[in-house]
Design a protein around this ligand. Structure first.
Ligand SMILES: [Zn+2]
Length: 483
């Protein structure tokens, strides 16, 4: 059977923010942390070598929505750092929800990011309840609020040294309430509320339904219900305590170090219990959501990016293009979805054509590939995964079957931490060094050159000349430390 036979089936896309693959049982994780996701993978198909195209939420969700690499749309930043030019680059680019709505789907999303992410949704929940945004696709109120709050934040940061601590904390809390900065759960619903909202929407939608649900609990600072935080959920991680302490001491940005130290207040083990506990909590809520989803629906579960917990001197954040930051779960279940574990790489820009392929809806020309179609045809997936970053440092990477190659596009330090993470050119031999601790770029010049050339080929393949190029947008970015 083909996807056409299953047109008009419900589609549910679930994004679990910042979920590492070692939080997922059937991938690299501990058995029993994610029984719901694992059951979906067993019933459908899992793409075990799936990679995000970029490591922050706004541009990563955009790749899923458009089927395009960030460098194709030009949207490479997150939050306040998204420039007008980047947002404008999405004008006229069809998104998944619009394609499904055009095909007769009722569309709804549970998320708070708003702005262009609400395009194509008949209903989109914000921070203060459910809104019908159908007639307000170009509403920029959220972006305006961010822009104003960003200017206030800059002013506060400029005077950080002369502000009393209590006043600074009060201002920071106020800022977060306005902007809803990722990393602050004051602005984000917990999984239980998110699930309740999703179930409520499902009850009110007409079939066929497209529901998008974004869970934030696995994102720092990991406010996990205590009954879910336990040692049994934490995988065996290779932790060098002395290195962790040295890395923490290296953080130049005082605000960033204080933020990390707050999470580390009860020690790294406690923080890890909170992180993996959050994964378990979201998985339990996903199970509750799926009780309200018909058996014949297409259900996809992905993460927008991974998370660095302590690795590479990057604490509780997702910048960096290493395995922990870019390797993500990608599970598809549905009436005609099954098959052996596929070979090759999947990327998050493949989500859009894969969904539309299942329900027999045409998609525009995109960078993404229809993963299930490839699987059915017995064709391999991608032979290389590509990702880039622009939020705190400018880097690009490719992941091949044996190596990860990363190159810095400038010599600026990370704007969050105030230090450089890694060398200008990095090559990791993943078979010999899965934790990516030894940069072997100098020892393996031939392999480094080969990967450099391969990266160049990827860039040429994925950048239509008429699109905004990464170099143009990056030049416009004002980097300011976050509160
Ligand atoms: Zn950093």
């Amino acid at each position: 059977m083909t996807g056409d036979d299953y047109a008009d089936r419900d589609v549910v896309v679930v994004v679990i923010d910042a979920l590492r693959t070692d939080g997922v049982g059937h991938l690299d994780g501990v058995s029993g942390v994610t029984p719901t996701i694992d059951a979906l993978a067993a019933s459908g198909v899992t793409f075990p070598s799936a990679y995000s195209c970029i490591n922050t939420t706004d541009p990563s969700l955009t790749t899923m929505e458009t089927g395009l690499f960030p460098r194709t749309t030009g949207l490479v930043h997150h939050g306040q750092q998204v420039t007008e030019r980047e947002a404008a680059g999405l004008s006229g680019v069809p998104v998944l929800a619009e394609c499904l709505r055009s095909a007769g789907y009722d569309t709804a999303a549970v998320d708070w990011l708003g702005r262009w992410h609400q395009r194509g949704f008949d209903a989109y929940t914000g921070r203060d309840g459910i809104h019908d945004y159908g007639a307000h696709d170009d509403d920029r109120d959220g972006a305006d609020a961010e822009s104003l709050a960003g200017r206030v934040a800059d002013a506060v940061n400029d005077h950080r040294d002369v502000l009393p601590d209590t006043l600074f904390r009060l201002l920071r809390a106020s800022y977060r309430r306005v902007v809803g900065s990722p990393g602050d759960k004051d602005a984000v619903e917990d999984a239980e509320t998110t699930t309740d909202r999703a179930i409520d929407l499902l009850d009110r939608m007409d079939r066929p339904r497209y529901l998008f649900v974004h869970y934030w609990d696995v994102h720092a600072p990991y406010d996990t219900p205590q009954e879910f935080a336990c040692d049994a959920l934490v995988p065996e991680l290779s932790v060098d305590e002395a290195q962790v302490r040295a890395d923490l001491d290296r953080i130049e940005n005082d605000d960033r170090r204080r933020y990390v130290e707050e999470i580390l207040e009860d020690g790294l083990s406690a923080a890890l219990r909170q992180y993996y506990g959050a994964v378990s909590y979201v998985d339990a809520e996903l199970a509750r959501l799926l009780e309200h989803v018909p058996d014949d629906a297409y259900v996809l579960v992905v993460a927008d990016h991974g998370e660095s917990l302590f690795e590479h001197g990057i604490f509780f954040e997702h910048h960096g293009l290493y395995e922990v930051n870019t390797h993500v779960p990608f599970v598809v279940d549905g009436p005609d979805v099954s098959g052996d574990t596929p070979s090759g790489f999947a990327q998050l820009c493949d989500l859009m054509p894969t969904v539309l392929g299942r329900v027999g809806v045409d998609h525009p020309p995109v960078d993404g590939i229809d993963l299930c179609e490839r699987l059915e045809a017995g064709l391999p997936l991608r032979d290389v995964a590509f990702a880039e970053e622009a939020q705190t440092q400018r880097r690009q990477m490719i992941r091949t079957s044996n190596y990860r190659y990363i190159r810095a596009l400038d010599d600026s330090p990370c704007s969050y931490c105030g230090v450089r993470h890694g060398d200008e050119t990095e090559l990791y031999d993943l078979a010999a060094d899965p934790n990516e601790r030894a940069n072997v770029a100098r020892e393996h010049p031939d392999e480094t050159a080969r990967h450099h050339d391969r990266l160049q080929t990827v860039l040429e393949e994925t950048t239509p000349v008429e699109r905004v190029r990464i170099s143009q947008t990056l030049d416009r970015v004002a980097r300011s430390p976050r509160l």
